[in-house]
Write a protein that binds this ligand. Structure first.
Ligand code: CTP
Length: 394
């Protein structure tokens, strides 16, 4: 999507994490990007350029590259066609050079000659990372608009434990997408709910559903990427909370209601992607229920409808609901749009419930229906936000 057909210069510098840049190349290519690897001389000591060439399908430029022989302005060409330059792993050395205006090899020359966004993913020994000179160089680059992702904490190749590990590849990709995203949701305060809720029967058993949370998380991440301030209220999910958003973890429908209603008044856009349980046991036993010969009936009662409550209290919020249906999808979704006082409803069948893809129809309050093809949940999230941005007139 965002990275599709983008020209990415991937700068690889000389650290042990250079091997991870191979997988990064593969993932970027999978996203449809044209990756142009540029390796420093020391990076080529760690990994053979041929590996990058094979994975990217492009020639690998190294510092050994002879500018004078091949094409005298090749570095300017690459610098000009790049949509983004990602330096991963970025050593203290490359950070120091760029921060101080030194362009003494192909990579630093390209960085210096390019006007596109530059994203550094540092990886180094913790003491190096914490060195005040390195920190000063990073601050200096940030001040002039260079982007950074990571490093993470953890076990380092040098045997130390601490901050210095290359950020997870998915975080680097997300940061690159964020650099290239239009910021058309800037100023919006977006509240998203995601995942299932769990209604306890006793300390070890509960009523729930198989929602994974993927759709809501994809929406929260996409809104953040597009410049919004995001609050994500999530029921139990194995997904990693997205960084740089307000994340509220809840279990029951009542807890989700409390958290969502607390953030509701100050929100401008609300997207209820959670699969909230409609029922909860009337009694939640404090101790584990022991088995018996007799039948066991669990009495259940309704939970509050959070979205209905939001619709009733709606002021300036743009309110988006989801409708999960097995039959008469559009008709039923339209009913929910009306009764819950929504501005938009996203109708989906149970097929996409815990999958990575989803096929949805977006229904406007005017009754207009846009049926989308089967898409990844990340793409569906972008499409939903495209419609919202248009509707709120940004
Ligand atoms: N929803 C909610 N609170 C509930 C139940 C649902 O806020 N207690 C929200 C969901 O997050 C979703 C929308 O209402 O955005 C529709 O949910 P869905 O499960 O499709 O429908 P229900 O309203 O629960 O109706 P039914 O189960 O009868 O189809």
């Amino acid at each position: 999507m965002i990275l599709k057909d983008k020209n990415i210069v991937l700068g690889i510098t000389g650290g042990i994490a250079a091997y991870k840049a191979l997988e990064l190349t593969r993932l970027l290519v999978k996203k449809g990007a044209n990756v142009y690897p540029v390796m420093t001389k020391s990076a080529a000591e760690f990994i053979a350029p041929l590996s990058f060439q094979t994975l990217s399908g492009n020639p690998v430029y190294t510092e050994l590259f002879d500018i004078s022989k091949d094409a005298s302005i090749r570095h300017i060409d690459i610098a000009e066609k790049a949509d983004i330059i990602i330096i991963a792993p970025a050593t203290a050395n490359v950070i120091g050079k760029v921060a101080n205006g030194i362009a003494d090899d192909l990579l630093t020359t390209i960085i210096m000659a390019s006007k596109c966004p530059k994203l550094f993913a540092p990886a180094m020994n913790v003491n190096m990372y914490e060195n005040p000179i390195v920190q000063k160089n990073i601050s200096r680059l940030k001040r002039v608009g260079y982007f950074f992702v990571g490093p993470d904490e953890g076990e380092l190749a040098c045997g130390y434990e601490g901050k210095g590990r290359l950020a997870p590849l998915e975080d680097i990709i997300y940061a690159a997408e964020e650099c290239l995203s239009p910021k058309d949701m800037k100023g919006e305060k977006v509240l998203v709910t995601a995942g299932p809720t769990r209604e306890p029967i006793d300390p070890v058993r509960f009523i729930s559903n198989s929602s994974s949370g993927k759709m809501g998380y994809a929406i929260a991440k996409a809104a953040k990427r597009r410049g919004a301030e995001v609050v994500l209220v999530s029921g139990p999910s194995y997904l990693k909370p997205p960084s740089c958003i307000t994340f509220v973890s809840v279990a029951t429908a009542d807890e989700m209601s409390d958290a969502a209603m607390r953030h509701y008044p100050q929100s401008t856009v609300v997207i209820m992607a959670a699969a909230v349980s409609d029922y909860k046991p009337m009694i939640s036993h404090r101790k584990k229920v022991k088995k018996d010969e007799a039948k066991l009936a669990i009495e259940i009662e309704r939970t509050g409808d959070i979205l209905q409550e939001m619709g009733n209290q709606k002021r300036r919020q743009f309110l988006v609901g989801f409708a999960l249906e097995t039959d008469d999808i559009i008709v039923n979704a339209k009913k929910k749009l009306k009764t819950k006082n929504l501005d938009l409803v996203v109708a989906n069948s149970t097929e996409g419930f815990s999958s990575d893809v989803n096929q949805v129809a977006i229904i406007h309050s005017t009754g207009e229906v846009a049926e989308l093809p089967k898409l990844s949940k990340d793409e569906v999230a972008e499409r939903i936000l495209d419609v919202i941005v248009k509707e709120i007139g940004k």
